[in-house]
Design a protein around this ligand. Sequence first.
Ligand code: SF4
Length: 410
Amino acid sequence: MELNGSPITLDWIDKDVRRILGRALEGSELTVDEGIRLTEVQGRELHALSLVADEMRRRQAGDVVTYVVNRNINFTNVCIKHCTFCAFSRDHREEEGYFLPLDEVVRRAVEAWDMGATEVCIQAGLPPKLDGSYYVDLCRAIKAAVPEMHLHAFSPEEVLYGSTRADLSIPEFLKTLRAAGLGTLPGTSAEILDQEVRDRIARGRITVDQWIEVITSAHALGIRTTSTIMYGHVETPAHWIRHMDLLRGIQRQTGGFTEFVPLSLIHHEAPMYRRGLVPGVREGATGVEVIKMHALARLILGPSFRNIQSSWVKEGPKMAQYLLTAGANDVGGTLINESISTSAGAGFGQLVPPAELRRLIREAGRVPARRDTLYNLLKVYAAVGDDEALSTSGQFRFLHPSKTEAPTRS
Ligand code: SF4
């Protein structure tokens, strides 16, 4: 390669790494061993990995970077489990435990709709003795008040708990939720899909097999899900790649995943770190690991997932912006009232207004677009003048497609 007549050789890239990156550029599926080899890159090889990931992002997803206007509603923090990475949950005897009344959940959903949100993301703890029908009632109540709101709700752990409490099989419970208005499931409670790692960081948590059962049952019913990984604790890079390989295998069978969201551990308040509960736990992922994770996700999952998200909640808006050059094509949601990462000590606030997300996308040289939960494009903001009016106080106004423009489908 030459720049203005000055040669830049690629000799510094290890032969093996060059071969693997070349295979990725040819569109070949990387093997687990090849993925693991790429987790070892450092320095200028890391730039090469990012560059190839960016090229594959361009080919697979184009230059548009999407976001969704949504609201998180974590209706209770009371939980019977004791996942050591979770700073959000409280035992039912603790004073800080809360349980939002159903009316308040509905009020927040209506308020979100009025502010232009197209999705509410509902996840919570597992309160003792909860009636399994509560999850169904919640869906019905929200849909009765805001029928067009997309319900992106209930982690696989909650689906498993709800089905047990309702004495229904997982598919039966999912069908009941769908009939009540459930749209999609968050593919959370995945952490690292390796039973040994799970037993170290969250004994008693939904098992790998149960997680797969909930996700594939949902996909079989046409309920799509996201997928996630939580990293930067006790896992090794080889776990990342095996985790991605497992997701890739499910996607091959079902095509039900909408996106992959890497979530690095926020360690500050996590009991595993703060109370020293898990020997050898790291202080979250390093910056280099965060870049590698997104770039590798693009190479390994991009061909079948298309959408790789960079999370401003976990990484902060600046890093989330940088990750757009390392394989990501989505910046997630505005997330009014995000509580789970905030409880763990994430310092990036509880919302980023849409105008701010559009600005950071534009500053990365890309085209912002508002999407719905299923990645249909609602509005592409090709020029700065396309922006809708926003209040300066950070509240969203007049953003809803039914109030401003007809939605376009991608
Ligand atoms: S991660 Fe979920 S299941 Fe585990 S303790 Fe926290 S709220 Fe409970």
